[in-house]
Design a protein around this ligand. Structure first.
Ligand SMILES: O=C(O)CCC(=O)C(=O)O
Ligand SMILES: [Mn+2]
Length: 226
């Protein structure tokens, strides 16, 4: 007979979770696999490349320490999310380096928002993250926005990524999901302020982006509706 299994103490980050309580996707989190066809992904990537030509990717830095992120970022929309050593995390209407207003959000992204966000009003910011192989994004909550009724809608393009999502506390159990090119996910309802991040990129899993890598687009409403 097998000896009784030893009870493990719950890990801080666990996938799928302690043996007696498998972690579940948080309520309100939605993953829409294959939301964009390969042709739609190509068309969207071309529009994002146009955005990057007028609003170049920049290297964000952590508040206070000035440590660089491993992803580069830019934005489109009336507001863009930036971070630097001196002033920290914030939204602002101008590019961090050029000082120019961010270009408009491409229409296909607004169509995705209208189709899936399930809320009145439009997003004001689209953060564009570029992940080369080896880049990651630590666990965090998107909490610089002031309209909790609006979800964060995220679009993945290029190489696959291992995404984790947990609950409102950093110590809540986390579930890992592979995000593939063309997938859309939503942090909505109770999951809107859940901890989440990117553990790693899986190089060579997509040929959408010449030279590889991943682009993630997150649509956000920043100011309250109405
Ligand atoms: O790259 C992703 O899928 C997540 C990005 C993210 O969480 C963010 O930009 O706040
Ligand atoms: Mn986030």
């Amino acid at each position: 007979m097998m000896p009784p299994a030893k009870r493990k103490s719950p890990a801080k980050i666990s996938s799928p979770g302690p043996a007696d309580a498998p972690a579940r996707l948080p309520e309100g989190f939605q993953l829409i696999t294959g939301a964009l066809s390969p042709a739609d992904q190509k068309a969207l990537l071309s529009k994002i490349n146009d955005v990057i030509l007028s609003a170049p990717l920049f290297q964000p830095r952590m508040p206070r320490t000035g440590q660089p992120f491993s992803v580069k970022m830019t934005n489109c929309g009336p507001l863009g999310w930036v971070s630097d050593k001196e002033r920290g995390y914030r939204y602002q209407p101008n590019h961090l380096e050029t000082g120019h207003p961010w270009p408009p959000i491409p229409e296909p992204l607004l169509d995705l928002w209208r189709a899936h966000a399930n809320c009145t009003g439009l997003p004001e910011a689209c953060l564009i993250n570029h992940y080369p192989a080896g880049a990651k994004m630590g666990s965090h909550r998107d909490q610089d926005e002031h309209e909790p009724r609006a979800p964060v809608l995220s679009v993945s393009l290029g190489d696959e990524a291992v995404f984790h999502v947990g609950g409102p506390k950093r110590s809540d159990p986390k579930v890992r999901v592979t995000l593939r090119s063309g997938d859309v996910c939503l942090l909505a309802g109770p999951s809107r302020f859940a901890y989440h991040g990117i553990d790693r990129i899986l190089p060579g899993t997509s040929d959408l982006i010449p030279g590889g890598g991943r682009i993630n687009l997150t649509l956000r409403r920043v100011t309250p509706f109405g």
